[in-house]
Design a protein around this ligand. Structure first.
Ligand SMILES: [Zn+2]
Length: 150
């Protein structure tokens, strides 16, 4: 499981994690090489980000011979899902639909993806409600002002 602290990583740390997830076990040199190519980062910069991820408990280290091997302590798709879930927790329940429409509109999708989405849509149609209640704390949301004020 990914806890709330662990799921907060910077864009730079994402770059490091993508290398680790793609290769299971990597040396710092392998991470450095990929990110030097992609981002033109100096080895010291990449090492800083690796260090932060180790400190956050997202990267495991083990010693093999004379070098350190890094592996992910969190599953990639779990991590992505918890990051997305967390983002949706920051918005009003009433705005979630629009946010999903935007995501969907901007995504490049395969026929297979669309099949899966259609299946979910069919399911959602059966559970759909007339009006979504706002779940926000007063003062954090516009719709909350309306429903209590009028
Ligand atoms: Zn609200």
């Amino acid at each position: 499981m990914v806890n709330e602290m662990e799921s907060k990583i910077s864009a730079a740390e994402w770059e490091v994690m993508r290398v680790v997830w793609a290769q299971d076990k990597v040396t710092s040199k392998e991470i450095i090489d990929v990110l030097q190519q992609k981002k033109d980062w100096k080895p010291a910069t990449t090492k800083t980000f690796i260090g932060r991820l180790v400190k956050k408990g997202i990267l495991h280290t083990e010693e093999e011979g004379r070098k350190f091997l890094y592996s992910s302590a969190v599953n990639e798709s779990d991590f992505i899902n918890s990051t997305l879930d967390e983002t949706f927790e920051h918005i009003c329940n009433k705005d979630v639909g629009n946010a999903i429409v935007n995501l969907l509109s901007n995504a490049t999708l395969s026929f297979k993806d669309i099949d899966k989405i259609e299946k979910v849509i069919e399911m959602k149609k059966k559970e759909a409600v007339e009006e979504i209640p706002c779940n926000c704390v007063p003062g954090q949301c516009r719709c909350n002002n309306c429903s209590s004020g009028h």
